[in-house]
Design a protein around this ligand. Structure first.
Ligand code: NI
Ligand code: MN
Length: 226
């Protein structure tokens, strides 16, 4: 499995030749100005919620690639209205088998409205059961006890957690979230993009490490084999 970071909460995940893309927000992100959006591959685009900093490039990438957009029922409807051909709506607690693996849409404690004011339904995260790996992509969320339920049903190998504070969990709560989902490998997201979410990266890595959790903060454009 390969993971590529495109800044903020946007990651590409390649699993057995299938390209998944999460929450594309690239062209408005000055920290991601080195990314060539037109070169990003996507077979599936997963959208955690409707906020601009999670959907900005999604319509364009979906139209260019023909990717299937997966998200809350209301989000899928919005993409279809924007002319995206393939969409798949879900709602909280529901899972679905796709050719690349199973996706469960799980609770996030946040809000969700699309950039034009359209209601975005409930925000969420995804648990992906992929060949050989189970991955949790939390989306934007507060710490919530519901995360403990994920550890009961899944053996999560890798968790993408927001760590930037202000709009989502900060570092201390993200460490608790890692404990709740019983995962000791975390990829940080949703930090540094805007002034209220700038963090001390070295301090964050140390705090996680002191709690026996490995925090990886990827450089924009970096690809990691996991
Ligand atoms: Ni948000
Ligand atoms: Mn956000």
């Amino acid at each position: 499995m390969k993971i590529t970071y495109y800044g903020h909460s946007c990651f590409g995940l390649e699993t057995e030749g299938t390209h998944l893309l999460f929450d594309p927000f690239i062209t408005p992100n000055s920290l991601a100005s080195s990314v060539d959006v037109s070169g990003i591959k996507a077979d599936y685009i997963l959208i955690s919620h409707g906020h601009e900093d999670h959907v900005a490039d999604a319509v364009d990438i979906a139209k260019r690639t023909g990717a299937l957009v997966i998200g809350a029922f209301e989000i899928a409807g919005w993409f279809a209205e924007k002319g995206v051909e393939k969409t798949h709506g879900m709602n909280l607690g529901g899972g679905m088998d796709f050719p690349f693996g199973r996706v469960k849409f799980v609770k996030a404690v946040h809000s969700s409205v699309l950039p034009d004011g359209t209601y975005g339904g409930n925000p969420g995260g995804f648990v992906l059961s992929l060949p050989g790996k189970t991955v949790y992509y939390a989306g934007d969320t507060a710490l919530t006890l519901d995360m403990k339920l994920l550890a009961e049903s899944f053996d999560i190998d890798l968790a993408f957690l927001p760590i930037g504070d202000n709009f989502t969990m900060g570092v201390d709560d993200a460490i608790k979230a890692a404990k709740f989902v019983e995962c000791n490998k975390v990829i940080g997201m949703h930090y540094d993009t805007f002034p209220p979410i700038r963090i001390d990266k070295a301090a964050a890595v140390k705090k996680f490490s002191d709690a026996d959790v490995e925090l990886t903060l990827m450089d924009v454009g970096q690809t990691n084999d996991v």
